[in-house]
Design a protein around this ligand. Structure first.
Ligand SMILES: NC(=O)C[C@H](N)C(=O)O
Length: 345
């Protein structure tokens, strides 16, 4: 292939010189199987073991030396904090090995963006980490997992992906873990970022158009190697006629912080303000995010954050705000430190 400035392909390298990529499999639809080829949405996730997934893709050997590890075999809606810690610790161990050049994590798409963001916040490396899933099981017509996985291995094997943090490779796009979210619950073009993808991966070449600006991996103040536990942080959802029942139950259940998924610009219903302040009086940090997927929550707009000592989650979706807040609390961060983190990560 002709050289293209800023573009790297690994496809032509001799076998011994090919980069070593470890595929850590966690389950999801990319390891799913349905009853018939017509079942694109009705199937069982987390069925196919990683060895079988890799054996079904001889194309991978053109891209990298690939080894697989089955870390979990679960649908990603069932991911827990313990799963996050176990996975991040394994990634952190592997990236320290000189014989490992990049990591791929195969994952269900439901919480893929959360795990990818968590890895980007906690694993210190400049080696590429590509998180990938599929919207259709491998048994379906036009299954998307095979190409998504080949693309992920290619990105993880690429020198030009180094230092860009954790990347998500779905539907030929390369997205930064921080910005990407699952925004469509059916269809292969499900992952979107309101700030746009970083680039595309097409036929074994990466095409980059931008780079992440926020702190991640090597510049992160969080480090999985020193995190023992994650404190309980929960989410309360806003809607018409909302009542304080959920807030009170979550506080009673031991929440150390609550992410309020408000309406509009992180708005809080008048009858919810006092219950949230009562929770705060019991030591629970309050973070204002929004159930609206795009835009961002402005500090002191809609609610007086300075006066109440509340934190604005900026453009973080509630579920990602939960992850940053857990990591902040694990470090004993104050509300002003957590606010700084929302601007920086
Ligand atoms: N497409 C998928 O992977 C969805 C599945 N529920 C999962 O997250 O495991």
């Amino acid at each position: 292939q002709d050289a293209v400035p800023g573009v790297v392909t690994t496809a032509a390298a001799p076998a011994a010189a090919r980069p070593h990529v470890v595929v850590l499999a966690t389950g999801g639809t990319i390891a799913g199987a349905g009853a018939s080829a017509m079942n694109s949405a009705t199937y069982t996730a987390a069925k196919v073991p990683v060895d079988k997934l890799l054996a079904g893709l001889p194309e991978l050997s053109q891209v990298a030396r690939v080894s697989g590890e089955q870390v979990f075999q679960i649908a990603s809606e069932s991911f827990t904090n313990d799963n996050l810690l176990t996975l991040a610790r394994r990634v952190s161990q592997l990236v320290k090995q000189p014989d490992v050049d990049g990591i791929v994590v195969t994952h269900g798409t439901d919480t893929l963006a959360e795990t990818a963001y968590f890895l980007g916040l906690t694993v210190h490396t400049d080696k590429p980490i590509a998180v990938v899933g599929s919207m259709r099981p491998g048994t379906a017509l036009s299954a998307d997992g095979a190409l998504n996985l080949v693309n992920a291995v290619h990105v993880a094997a690429s020198k030009d992906a180094r230092g860009k943090g954790v990347l998500v490779t779905m539907n030929d796009e390369i997205q930064t873990a921080r910005d990407v979210n699952k925004d469509v619950n059916i269809q292969t073009g499900a992952f979107k970022s309101q700030w746009g993808p970083l680039g595309m991966v097409v036929e074994g070449r990466n095409y980059w158009f931008r780079a992440p600006i926020k702190r991640h991996t090597q510049q992160s103040e969080f480090n999985i190697d020193t995190i023992e536990r994650l404190p309980q942080v929960d989410i309360v959802y806003a809607y018409g006629n909302v009542q304080p029942t959920a807030v009170q139950a979550l506080v009673a259940g031991g929440a150390k912080a609550l992410i309020h998924a408000g309406t509009g610009n992180g708005s809080v219903a008048d009858r919810m303000v006092q219950p949230l302040r009562d929770a705060q009086a019991q030591g629970v940090m309050i973070v204002r995010s929004s159930r609206v997927p795009y835009g961002f929550v402005l500090r002191n707009a809609e609610q007086p954050d300075d006066k109440y000592d509340w934190v604005a989650a900026h453009d973080m979706r509630p579920e990602k705000a939960r992850l940053l807040t857990m990591l902040a609390l694990a470090r004993g961060a104050s509300t002003s430190e957590l606010q700084r983190m929302f601007w920086e990560y």
